[in-house]
Design a protein. Structure first.
Length: 375
């Protein structure tokens, strides 16, 4: 009898371990939509007050509380139904006005991840551990197909701007990057803009070489924890190597729309998070200079330090229409995440631009209404 009980318990333990391996708790919780607490309802709003989320986000009890139109936000929601949309979060002055899809689910960030790297560089530049004028040569950076003497004169600043002039194959590059990549040595460093994963991937190698810290751990401790990101975990980052192409890895990240909105809020406030200066205002301003005009439209018109720059604000952008847009004048943050990629990226981003127009038309600036004011 006891032998049967022991055998049965062993089988149950084995099945539990098997389930945990193939169906991790985090993935299961994400799939049913309960991986985070429900935002706290805000029932009184003072537009003169500056709001930050704590452990949980604040969400307006109704969009009208903050001067938004529920009808027009419904139009925005319906517009995304026919497009590749997995999650949308709209934040006005640190408060969620509306959200739909699965804003708590962690999705693979495509090139949006590059703007996350901007924060880590800013901290180290301010600390004096990274000098943007250092060249690839002084840093000892090379690759399988050796860089020329001229290519090695590219600086860290030019890597951040995607203006290095190094056109070496890279990990995790898109079809467009591969087919449009200029010939090696065809342009001097700093002379033209070319959106190039070699620049971004070599920044990972340089960061970890100069700081002695893995980028994922650094982001978790220096950004995610101070911002009290809800879903993000240190295990949500990894390096992807394609050693047949390059020795420098891509930096991959899983993140929810809500957590990405926190990152946008940090930049909206010039690196300040609820009276704690995480990034210097000088770094934010320097990052948002459009060093290049890209000849693309809307929020893709210019490029700074790993951020896309437009007249309205700045954006982190990735394949499939993945976008974090920050519009400082309106204190507005919009996150649009898509799980599926493929198809025409320019079409996807034009649809995001249209979505942004609809969202802005639903806001206080379009309706001459700043919401209720608490005395």
């Amino acid at each position: 009898m006891n032998k049967h009980i022991v055998k049965m318990n062993s089988v149950l333990v084995f099945l539990a371990l098997l389930w945990a391996f193939f169906f991790p708790l985090g993935s299961f919780v994400d799939s049913i939509g309960f991986s985070a607490g429900t935002p706290q309802l805000l029932t009184e709003y003072n537009p003169k007050h500056v709001y930050f989320p704590n452990k949980l986000w604040l969400k307006a009890s109704s969009p009208e509380l903050m001067g938004w139109s529920s009808e027009k936000l419904k139009d925005a929601r319906e517009y995304t139904l026919s497009h590749n949309t997995s999650a949308v979060v709209i934040v006005d002055n640190g408060v969620i006005v509306d959200e739909w899809g699965k804003p708590q689910k962690r999705y693979t960030l495509h090139s949006v991840r590059k703007s996350l790297m901007n924060a880590l560089y800013g901290i180290q530049v301010d600390a004096g551990k990274i000098d943007l004028s250092d060249t690839l040569e002084t840093l000892g950076i090379d690759d399988w197909e050796p860089l020329s003497k001229d290519e090695k004169q590219a600086t860290i600043a030019e890597l951040l701007q995607a203006r290095s002039g190094v056109y070496h194959p890279a990990a995790y590059e898109t079809y467009s990057m591969r087919t449009r990549r200029p010939a090696r040595g065809s342009h001097p460093h700093g002379s033209i803009w070319f959106y190039n994963n070699w620049d971004f991937n070599s920044l990972i190698t340089i960061y970890e070489q100069q700081t002695g810290t893995k980028m994922g751990k650094a982001f978790y401790t220096q950004i995610a924890q101070p911002l009290k990101m809800e879903q993000f975990r240190i295990s949500d980052t990894r390096h992807l190597f394609k050693l047949e192409k390059s020795r420098h890895p891509a930096f991959l990240v899983l993140m929810s729309a809500r957590d990405l909105a926190r990152f946008g809020l940090l930049y909206l406030h010039n690196g300040n998070w609820n009276n704690r200066q995480i990034l210097s205002e000088k770094w934010i301003q320097e990052s948002m200079i459009p060093y290049s005009q890209t000849r693309l439209k809307n929020h893709l018109a210019g490029y700074g330090y790993l951020w896309w720059i437009s007249e309205k604000g700045f954006a982190a952008v990735g394949s499939g229409g993945q976008t974090l847009i920050v519009i400082p004048e309106l204190r507005l943050i919009v996150v649009h995440l898509a799980e599926k990629i493929g198809g025409n990226d320019m079409l996807a981003h034009s649809r995001v631009a249209k979505l942004l127009e609809i969202i802005i038309s639903a806001g206080p600036s379009a309706n001459n209404n700043q919401g209720s004011i608490k005395p």
